[in-house]
Design a protein around this ligand. Structure first.
Ligand code: HEM
Length: 370
């Protein structure tokens, strides 16, 4: 992390948990000029982070840009991240996760609401009429990282070396190593219905105690807690965590109380599987009871390129050529949080004869593998 000497690099999915965040989702107009405006703005986003972030380094402004499948193909037609695909609605017997439009996601975080605001203002100025805002949500940290349901949210996030292993693409897709997939969903809560449950009932829904955040043993079933439904295991039985930075939002005067779900993952199928288990149920019919008081109103998937890949989009010719961006072997790899393991990534001149240290875990579902 840059500390307080320089602003946080663009595209740091692991930027610090912040007191404020803006989740901005836009669509890009069909015209070629709109595409070129977007190309210029997103490939130079680190400049804007510096412009605003340097005004108060202690506020830790950060921005992560995600690109949806369609705009990715317009900007970089010759190379596409292996798992990039649009969000598919998940239809359960009772609840549905809808897919909603979105070409670009800007996840803007800072300790000060005014820095988020200023960054967003200048960003939208630069984008002009090339884009249409389809959702803008201002999130805030609520007491000790609680959601508006009253539970501490984010505890099981990976840390240390587990974080890049869970959230960042590795040797399985060398041209996009250091990137990530991100899924966002906006949920609206029925707080009255939630308040009708006893604390014990609420704790059984979430799978943790409310006051002190202690994890409860897994229920014997068939009705599983949220934390169990959202736990996915790989072929070796190990858990495959994701990196979440959910934020509460709301307008009490309008009866609006929400959670903005945001999950970064190295393997898109892991979040897709979590959603299936929540909405369809595991076993089918036993959906996540958090959904009885939480309605998903948006749903979109984006690819988050590493900053170097994002910068490389500035050159339409380079983006039209298959393979990793120029300079991948040096500047680009040095930026990866696991750069000390770069010799194991199997990329370019750093290709190692040995097997990668970061394991590639494929989706074990044969029929659903992309
Ligand atoms: C209404 C929206 C949601 C709320 C209020 C919510 C809240 C929570 C809470 C309170 C926890 C327990 C503490 C923690 O470990 O963070 C949790 C865990 C978790 N949630 Fe959610 N969540 C929501 C939606 C989702 C969605 C849509 C996903 C994935 C698609 C998800 C994935 C997870 C995961 C992976 C865990 C950690 C499970 C574990 O390993 O213990 N959540 N969530």
């Amino acid at each position: 992390m840059a500390g307080d000497r320089v602003p946080i690099d663009a595209q740091r999915t692991d930027a610090p948990l912040s007191r404020f965040a803006v989740f901005l989702v836009v669509t890009v107009r069909d015209r070629d000029e709109a595409r070129e405006t977007v190309r210029g703005v997103v490939s130079g986003i680190d400049g804007l982070v510096k412009t605003v972030g340097f005004r108060d380094l202690n506020a830790g402004l950060s921005c992560v840009v995600g690109l949806g499948e369609a705009i990715w193909d317009r900007l970089s037609p010759a190379r596409r991240p292996l798992e990039l695909r649009a969000f598919s609605p998940v239809v359960g017997a009772v609840h549905t996760a809808p897919a909603t439009p979105g070409d670009l996601l800007f996840h803007i975080r800072a300790e000060r609401a005014d820095l988020c605001f200023e960054f967003e203002r200048l960003l939208l100025d630069e984008l002009g009429d090339a884009v249409t805002v389809v959702d803008e949500t201002q999130g805030f940290r609520y007491f000790d990282a609680r959601d508006v349901l009253g539970f501490v949210d984010g505890t099981a996030n990976p840390n240390g070396a587990d974080l890049p292993a869970a959230a960042l693409i590795g040797a399985e897709d060398p041209g996009f190593a250091g990137g990530s997939y991100v899924v966002v969903q906006k949920y609206l809560h029925d707080l009255r219905a939630w308040a009708e449950l006893s604390t014990e009932e609420q704790e059984a829904v979430i799978g943790r105690t409310k006051a002190d955040n202690v994890e409860l043993p897994d229920a014997a079933g068939p009705q599983l807690a949220h934390k169990t439904l959202a736990t996915i295991e790989g072929e070796d039985g190990g858990e495959l965590p994701i990196l979440r930075d959910n934020m509460p939002f709301g307008r009490p005067g309008h009866g609006e109380f929400g959670t903005y779900f945001i999950g970064y993952t190295r393997r898109l199928w892991v979040i897709e599987r979590m959603l299936e288990r929540m909405f369809v149920g595991e076993p089918a019919g036993y959906h996540d009871r958090i959904l009885d008081v939480s309605r998903a109103v948006t749903g979109s998937t984006f690819f988050v390129p590493s900053n170097a890949v994002l910068r490389s989009l500035a050159d339409p010719a380079a983006s039209a050529a298959p393979g990793a961006p120029d300079g991948a072997d040096a500047e680009w790899l040095a930026e990866l949080p696991f750069a000390d393991r770069r010799e194991s990534l199997g990329i370019g001149s750093l290709r190692a004869p040995t097997a990668p240290t970061i394991p590639t875990i494929a989706d074990p579902r044969p029929e659903e593998t992309p």
